[in-house]
Design a protein around this ligand. Structure first.
Ligand SMILES: Nc1nc2c(c(=O)[nH]1)N[C@H]1C(S)=C(S)[C@@H](COP(=O)(O)O)O[C@H]1N2
Ligand SMILES: [Mo]
Length: 510
């Protein structure tokens, strides 16, 4: 029963947190990969379509027997069953990590399943073991008193067993429903063809030749993810709609097919998080495709006096965006695609907002379903309620990627590099300073617009030994990045990114 509860909790988490199947499936896959080809073919020959269910059943039976054995072992010690469960968890973890593109997050279901096993085993065997000990003690005392009654123990055990099995079954059922929803949406997403959406093509000159520098274009799989959703909304495009209302002359309601059949706008835009510390990596640059929000607002007819748009996500998250940022001509869009593909579910499928120049928390609403034209003084958005600033324009910043803090560079080729950004304004120059010496201009990549980050590099003139390096940016209107250090709360961190590195005498390698 403990084993069952552990499997159920890991299944639940796998369904809720990831698009993967339960860990048991990963084990089945691993077995298929390890089994000699001839055996697999033979099995498919005999079982046909039933090969996978059969393998799964076989694994479950084997695991069930091991669970029973662990239960037996629990009679004598606590560590023996723990080892059995531990070995099973390690095998599961190995199988999960062996899957393509697996991440550490995929291990969480196994960790929680393992913890559930131990907890349930302890809850179930505790009363039984206590009772046996009491019986033994009574026998050893060797008097005429009757052995302690088993009734109470049995009742406690049965109640706990019932609760554990019921909780496991409920978790499994909920996981099944959530998982099915997510998989269906994933399927709908794969089959989507978006008219007017083009593949990203790297603009010329954006890439500098510095080994280890952050790629200028961020792959969706590498794009940072920030949201408050424990269970990510799974919305099928046919079920999606957006409503534009509030201080407007006419409400506008759009379905997904109405949206994607409108004129598509596309742009490289860098998105970053207000909680990104100086030098941090909560930032990414992607090719976004969508529909301009300014056009939609114009159709709705914004009434005078409005200065904000309260965006609401399907999961209830909200953000307040300055109306001006949506209508001043920048590429503010209801995005349907990222890097030429329909948005990944985690990044807001089917529709999310992207506004160049604003931090995500005030603009980049994922799974967006509602735009209310309103006034800042009448609203309070999710993060503003929690102490973050009402307005969130991006602050200019620069980051050193190469070398890493504490890293090394050869003195004869001390090439350093990184990225700098000031979306919607643009970067004019980047400067570096070694050991607090004079600022030295870096080389910049070329960028297609002011809305993306830019790569920079610089060749340093250093002697062997320990050094420090600082970087700062200058934006297109000539403002120099501030050295004043500020924390991320309430409206974004400032200060210079600094690292320490060692310049090494180059060894002559043959
Ligand atoms: N629905 C929803 N949208 C959201 C958030 C959220 O918590 N819920 N977080 C925002 C924040 S703080 C950021 S930085 C960006 C991150 O977008 P990404 O996860 O696609 O990188 O999404 C924004 N949109
Ligand atoms: Mo954020």
């Amino acid at each position: 029963m403990a084993g069952y509860a552990g499997l159920a909790s890991s299944y639940f988490l796998a369904m809720v947190l990831t698009t993967r199947d339960a860990p048991v499936w990963a084990v089945a896959e691993a077995i298929t990969r390890l089994a000699p080809g001839a055996v697999v073919e033979r099995a498919i020959g005999i079982l046909g379509h039933w090969d996978k269910p059969f393998l799964l059943l076989a694994i479950l039976v084997a695991v069930g027997l091991l669970f029973a054995w662990a239960g037996q072992l629990a009679r004598r010690s606590w560590w023996a069953p723990t080892i059995v469960f531990g070995v099973l968890a390690l095998l599961g973890a190995g199988a999960v990590r062996w899957q393509r593109n697996s991440t550490t997050l995929d291990l969480l279901p196994i960790a929680v399943g393992f913890a559930t096993w131990l907890l349930c085993l302890f809850l179930l065997t505790g009363p039984l073991r206590r009772h046996e000990r009491a019986v033994r003690a009574a026998k050893e005392a060797d008097d005429d008193r009757p052995a302690p009654s088993a009734d109470h123990t049995r009742r406690t055990f049965l109640i706990r067993a019932g609760l554990i099995v019921a909780a496991g079954t409920v978790a499994g059922g909920v996981g099944r429903v959530v998982g099915r929803g997510r998989r269906q949406v994933e399927e709908a997403r794969r089959l989507l063809r978006l008219p007017g959406v083009t593949e990203p093509a790297l603009p010329p000159g954006v890439r500098l030749d510095v080994e280890g520098i952050t790629p200028w274009a961020t792959r969706a799989a590498d794009f940072y993810r920030i949201d408050t959703a424990f269970v990510v909304p799974a919305i099928e495009p046919v079920d999606w709609m957006v409503r534009i209302h509030g201080m407007v002359d006419r409400e506008v309601v759009l379905t997904y097919s109405q949206l994607i059949n409108r004129q598509v706008t596309e742009a490289w835009i860098t998105l970053n998080c207000v909680s990104n510390p100086v030098g941090g990596d909560l930032i990414g640059n992607a090719w976004w495709s969508g529909v301009r929000i300014a056009d939609l607002l114009e159709e709705a007819g914004v009434r005078p006096g409005a200065d904000a748009v309260l965006q609401t996500s399907d999961d209830g998250w909200t953000c307040g965006t300055p109306l001006s940022a949506l209508t001043d001509g920048r590429d503010a869009m209801l995005a349907v695609a990222m890097n030429g593909r329909p948005l990944p579910i985690d990044h807001g499928f089917p529709v999310r907002t992207i506004v160049p120049g604003l931090y995500g928390y005030v603009s980049a609403c994922k799974w967006v379903v509602d735009l209310e034209v309103t006034r800042f003084r009448d609203i309070e958005a999710y993060w503003t309620k929690r102490g973050w600033s009402e307005k969130g324009p991006v602050k200019m910043s620069a980051r050193i990627d190469v070398p890493r803090d504490g890293g090394e560079v050869p003195v004869d080729r001390a090439l350093v590099g990184g990225v700098a950004w000031s979306q919607n304004t643009g970067i004019q120059a980047v400067e570096v300073s070694v050991d607090d010496g004079p600022w030295q201009r870096a080389t910049l990549g070329t960028v297609p617009s002011s809305d993306t980050w830019v790569q920079w590099s610089a060749a340093l003139d250093v002697v062997p030994g320990e050094h420090n390096l600082a970087v700062r940016a200058i934006d297109a209107i000539g403002d120099v990045q501030t050295a004043a250090e500020q924390d991320t709360v309430p409206d974004g961190a400032t200060g210079y990114h600094r690292i320490e590195f060692r310049a090494t005498e180059s060894e002559d390698e043959e």
